[in-house]
Design a binder for this molecule. Structure first.
Ligand SMILES: Nc1ncnc2c1ncn2[C@@H]1O[C@H](COP(=O)(O)OP(=O)(O)O)[C@@H](O)[C@H]1O
Ligand SMILES: [Mg+2]
Length: 421
């Protein structure tokens, strides 16, 4: 069997690693991959965001199954193109991907399907946006409609902050000139959590819950990042809460997809705020989360490949997914300066010294250069460890994190409940 994974982050390395574990003999390929993925799969050059180009690769290499990691190719319609050509692909079609690629579409979908979320208004111009903001209480939340690599949302504390952000969107066109839509919504307070599930639109199979850490510094300080670390299970989660999330958020979402004829086959990620009044849906993502995937997949005992095939066939109802009782922790090693400016091309040392069998190193922003592994992005490595309890898992991950060296290395020291610097 030949499998292609699209993407180049820690998430894709975790997917490749898990598929390799499931199928030691599989032919594995990645477009474009990274400095770690290339040890487990053949990395191919190509534009991962171009459905036609990747379809060409699938024909050329006789690939049986393609797994799409990031949201951009999904929003570009890779699954529509592949399905039309009769190629097996794991990931939703363009209409389904709009749950992530358009905040307005997602909010309207939630509203029509009575899914609890923050109240909101949509603006179509700078003037309209300023008028809406003039009539609002702060803090409030401003969301650019389109994909913005995690930079499209601002929790505005006052009018000045809001005006700057809205000026950036409408006047400076920081996210591009075409999309003029912005969502303005109520600011909720509570604890955030990620809930991920496999779905074929009829059935959903939840994954184990994970807790991400978005801010760059310990104690949730500093600017937002793509995610600085994760642990699973999430300590804020209990079975009563899961029942409410299923009944109020997940099931109405599936019913909505069915009613609106959106044939969704892939991972659906619910970004939830646990408020005093109950769980509220902040957003959907239409793919595996990163770094969540790096703590979730090491706990997955069933074959990911089998589950993905069941999703594509629409037979998820018959599938079963087993999870390890072990806990997992992932600590992200980032480049100095990230999420702002940072240097790349710095040699990473110490990778071969990590011998702990509970520890897996997922590469994100790395590449191989003349036999050396060098940094090539903001988030460089995800150091994941399993353990009988979360403290042990964290201890293993941190011991490995200390041994790996590159100039400017930065990581949070508190990726474990109760752990301080
Ligand atoms: N209504 C809201 N109330 C409070 N905080 C919010 C709200 N919506 C979003 N946020 C915060 O902003 C972050 C990013 O928003 P989100 O909708 O997840 O967009 P994206 O992940 O696409 O940037 C959330 O993780 C959360 O911390
Ligand atoms: Mg989010």
């Amino acid at each position: 069997m030949k499998i292609l994974v699209i993407g180049s982050g820690g998430r894709e390395h975790a997917i490749v690693w898990k598929i390799r574990k499931d199928n030691p003999d599989a032919g594995l390929f990645a477009v474009p991959g990274n400095g770690g993925i290339c040890d487990d799969a053949e990395c191919l050059q190509g534009n991962a965001n171009s459905p036609e180009q990747t379809a060409g690769i699938v024909l050329d290499k006789k690939i049986d199954l393609t797994v799409v990691g990031p949201e951009v190719p999904l929003a570009a319609g890779i699954s529509d193109v592949f399905r039309q050509k009769g190629m097996k692909v794991f990931g939703p079609v363009k209409k389904g991907a709009m749950l992530e690629s358009s905040k307005c579409f997602a909010k309207d979908f939630m509203k029509r399907n009575k899914i609890p979320t923050a109240d909101f208004t949509v603006s179509y111009s700078f003037e309209e946006c300023m008028k809406i903001l003039g009539n609002r209480k702060f803090p409030c939340v401003i969301k650019f409609d389109g994909l913005a690599a995690g930079k499209g949302v601002q929790v505005s504390m006052d009018m000045e902050e809001a005006r700057d952000f809205v000026t950036g969107i409408y006047k400076d066109k920081i996210f591009g000139a075409e999309n003029q839509k912005v969502v303005i919504e109520d600011c909720l307070s509570g604890t955030e959590m990620s809930y991920l599930a496999f779905t074929d639109t009829k059935t959903f199979l939840p994954m184990v819950p994970a807790k991400d850490h978005k801010r760059v510094f310990d104690g949730d300080r500093g600017p937002n990042t793509g995610g600085m670390g994760c642990y699973s299970p999430s300590d804020t989660f209990n079975s009563g809460m899961e029942k409410t999330i299923r009944e109020d958020i997940v099931l109405p979402t599936l019913k909505g997809l069915q009613k609106e004829n959106i044939d969704y086959r892939g991972v659906l990620y619910f970004g939830i705020m646990l408020t005093e009044k109950g769980p509220r849906l902040l957003e959907y993502n239409v793919r595996f989360g990163d770094p969540e995937t790096q703590v979730i997949l090491p706990r997955m005992e069933s074959s990911l490949t089998d589950i993905m095939e069941a999703v594509i066939e629409g037979s998820l109802e018959k599938a079963d997914v087993r999870w390890s009782e072990k806990k997992s922790v992932c600590v992200i090693l980032a480049s100095g300066g990230y999420p702002g400016e940072y240097k790349t091309g710095i040699e990473i040392k110490g990778l071969a010294e990590i011998k702990d069998t509970d520890v897996t190193i997922f590469h994100a922003g790395t590449k191989k250069e003349n036999g050396r592994v060098v940094t090539a992005g903001g988030r460089v490595l995800g150091i994941t460890s399993l353990g009988d309890d979360i403290e042990k898992a964290a201890g293993n991950a941190y011991r490995a994190a200390e041994k790996i060296e590159f100039e400017g290395k930065h990581y949070r020291k508190d990726i474990c409940p109760g752990r301080k610097d």
